[in-house]
Design a protein around this ligand. Structure first.
Ligand SMILES: CO[C@H](O)c1c[n+]2c([nH]1)[C@H](O)[C@@H](O)[C@H](O)[C@H]2CO
Length: 453
């Protein structure tokens, strides 16, 4: 099969299938304080020496805040019929609550209108990690008031854009927000506090429920939750490794999905956190039940897991599969894991509608030559994972769309600009965009198998 032969096998996805790409505000926009916007925790974190590789910041990023018209045209040239983006809370509410910054609302309204003019369906993420600094100063997600702050913010956006945005996501990856920001400390706000992390996770779930309820009250019909999911395969059939994989599965894959679908946490959470696990009442647990209208699946890789009592808090660690290909993030390339996790959702949670809201890979890209960037590894990753998605469709998974991560090379959090996921190259000096071979491949796949725009 040539590089240019699209991925999907003979059976095309269902009508209305979304072929998109995904980004997030702090990673692409730049101009974080423009037009009345307030600072976010990532603005502060990135400006704290030593927190981000090369002390990179999102001050410019992809300069999308100025180039959004060009980027919408780029999406149209790729043939996308959908685009997933996030709203920077502090552009809308500079102090996190209270005064609304109209210029912030206007930016996103113009972006949405431009997408719709091109026949591109917007999928809006309300929160992709960039909490207003003013709210972190009031306790942030550890504050009991945080679900109310979030629901009020969400309501402002529902009322401003609910007549033109049909697909909403409350939170992007509550697990990464919790683990990265409050347990391991590698992401903003950089805390390392197990008990605080369990309270933050609980408040994020309360916030999802509150924002879902406020969306219903505003007539919003399709509100989802985007979660990072990663199959946990035991390194051996020993009971120790089997138990370790089950604990890591609960910790990563079920910590948030079980509460929203079943109103309960996985039993392993108490074992993992011990005395740091709060004693939630039955009513507090039941209040978490807020089944999303769709599950957004962010899939990148799987883990092979070995028991290791020194690897806290789960007592399990990943075992690198040295004979398998890995990305520049050192994540194993394992497309079958995408099929497996989609079928797992189908079986465990009653076959809910699903979108693959992130899937992609960072590789060390070659320099462009004569206007061409031959990113063979990323193209192969995309092709193999589109095939994996097709296998899930054939298994009856209610898969409704695929969003490649990411449209553009962008700010990769604590890695800064050192890791590039884009289908489109962004020049580090002049921010010029150049569609990579992987982007051309995706365009051809959409033309051949997509519903078109
Ligand atoms: C384990 O990977 C996570 O699922 C994950 C990977 N990623 C993400 N979550 C975030 O949603 C994006 O903002 C990142 O840029 C992207 C690439 O790192």
């Amino acid at each position: 099969m040539s590089e240019r032969t699209p991925a999907m096998p003979t059976d095309s996805p269902p009508n209305g299938f979304l072929w998109g790409a995904a980004t997030s505000a702090y990673q692409i926009e730049g101009s974080p304080l423009a037009d009345g916007a307030g600072p976010s925790i990532w603005h502060r974190f990135a400006h704290t020496p030593g927190r981000v590789l090369n002390d990179d910041t999102g001050d410019i990023a992809c300069d999308h805040y100025s180039r959004w018209r060009e980027d919408v045209a780029l999406m149209a040239s790729l043939g996308l019929n959908a685009y997933r983006f996030s709203v920077a809370w502090a552009r809308i509410l500079p102090e996190g609550t209270g005064r609304v910054n109209q210029a912030g609302l206007d930016f996103y309204r113009h972006l949405v209108d431009a997408l719709l003019e091109q026949g591109i369906e917007p999928m809006l993420t309300l929160y992709h990690w960039d909490l207003p600094e003013a709210l972190d100063a009031r306790g942030g997600w550890a504050s009991d008031a945080s679900p109310g702050w979030f629901a009020d913010y969400a309501q402002i956006l529902y009322r401003a854009l609910g007549d033109r945005v049909r697909l909403w996501i409350t939170l992007n990856e509550p697990w990464v927000i919790t683990a990265g920001g409050y347990l391991y400390g590698d992401l903003a706000p950089g805390h390392c506090n197990p008990r605080e992390s369990a309270i933050v996770a609980h408040n994020l779930l309360r916030a999802h429920a509150a924002a879902s309820a406020s969306g219903r009250a505003e007539g919003i019909e399709r509100i989802g939750l985007a979660v990072n999911l990663e199959p946990q395969d035991p390194a051996s059939d020993s009971p120790e490794d089997q138990d370790a994989a089950a604990r890591r599965d609960a910790f990563i894959n079920r910590w948030f999905l079980d509460p929203v679908f079943f109103g309960r946490y996985p039993a392993q959470m108490q074992t993992i956190f011990g005395t740091d696990w709060p004693d939630f009442s039955a009513s507090e647990l039941d209040a978490l039940r807020a089944p999303p209208d769709f599950v957004g699946v962010n899939y990148y890789s799987r883990s092979v897991v070995r028991a290791d009592p020194t690897a806290q808090p789960v007592g399990a660690r990943r075992v690198r599969q040295d004979t398998r290909p890995h990305t520049a993030m050192d994540w194993e390339v394992h497309p079958q894991g995408l099929t497996d996790i989609l079928v797992w959702i189908q079986g465990r949670y009653g076959n809910p509608p699903v979108y693959i809201t992130e899937n992609g890979a960072a590789f060390e890209d070659p320099q462009p030559v004569a206007g061409r960037l031959r990113d063979r590894e990323r193209l192969a990753y995309l092709r193999s994972h589109l095939r994996a998605a097709s296998r899930a469709l054939r298994r009856g998974v209610d898969l409704r769309g695929y969003f490649a991560w990411s449209l553009l090379d962008n700010f990769e959090w604590s890695y800064g600009y050192a890791k590039r996921f884009g289908l489109v190259r962004v020049d580090p000096v002049d921010r010029q965009r150049l569609i990579k071979d992987s982007g051309r491949f995706y365009r051809d796949a959409i033309r051949r198998y997509g519903g078109g725009r």
